[in-house]
Design a protein around this ligand. Structure first.
Ligand SMILES: [Zn+2]
Length: 238
């Protein structure tokens, strides 16, 4: 386990760590990777998931959007795994400054992480598009048909749909990446722009990529580990 020892040494020596995670962080919690072969993107639906998760679809075919969303995006019963828990513990030591995630499942917060930048949003936040009133995830997933606000307005999940800009969390993530001395990227194929561009803001000493498959950014990394995240994070100490 030479590579895990090497990663441990980097964590021990670092003072300002950022973690940037993709769908692979949640797969061991039973949440399917959108883009894997048996993931969401290859399931049979009348429209492609990219279409159904677009802003245009949300506003024009709202009922069908919510049918798909409630069917496939409800992960309220899912629990954090060893990777989420390790990161929450590492934050408590003061070394890990933030978790940046592409996932909308809220599992880092559930695991106890405090500073989490959810650059694609979260199913846990929902707002009326008319009066901006907040609604929790239970309200949305338990609603019949299209979830409506008490003012009659349409409720929209605070998740970044295709065709929408990334929110303020992305700017905060960039700031953190620029200040970090160790960046750990895990469970992401790094194929989704602009999230993948975060790596280009890193000016620190060590870049680590942990992913089952190779990524286009491997050549930039000081250490690449092609293993399941659970295998790696279960062996690390804070
Ligand atoms: Zn309202």
């Amino acid at each position: 386990m030479k590579e895990i020892e090497e990663l441990q040494k980097m964590i021990d020596e670092a003072k300002n760590i950022v973690f940037f995670g993709g769908a692979g962080v949640s797969t061991e919690s039973g949440i399917k990777d959108f883009r894997s072969k048996d993931g969401l993107y290859n399931q049979k639906y009348k429209y492609t998931p990219e279409m159904m998760l677009s802003a245009g679809f949300f506003y024009s075919k709202t009922e069908e959007f919510y049918k798909f969303y409630k069917d496939k995006m409800n992960c309220l019963d899912k629990e954090p795994n060893i990777t989420h828990k390790y990161l929450a513990d590492l934050e408590k030591t003061g070394k890990l400054k933030c978790v940046i995630t592409q996932n909308i499942d809220g599992l880092h917060t559930k695991a106890g992480s405090k500073t989490v930048y959810e650059i694609h949003g979260s199913i846990y936040r929902n707002y009326c598009i008319k009066c901006n009133k907040f609604y929790d995830a239970e309200y949305v997933f338990n609603s019949k048909g299209i979830p409506k606000c008490e003012c009659g307005g349409l409720i929209k999940p605070d998740v970044v749909l295709y065709g929408e800009q990334l929110g303020e969390d992305f700017n905060l993530a960039i700031n953190s990446v620029m200040k970090a001395d160790l960046m750990i990227v895990a469970g992401s194929s790094l194929s989704v722009y602009p999230a993948s561009s975060l790596i280009h803001y890193f000016r620190g000493k060590k870049l680590v990529i942990i992913n089952l498959d190779t990524t286009d950014y491997d050549r930039l990394a000081d250490l690449v580990i092609n293993k399941k995240l659970g295998e790696v994070f279960s062996k690390l100490k804070c």
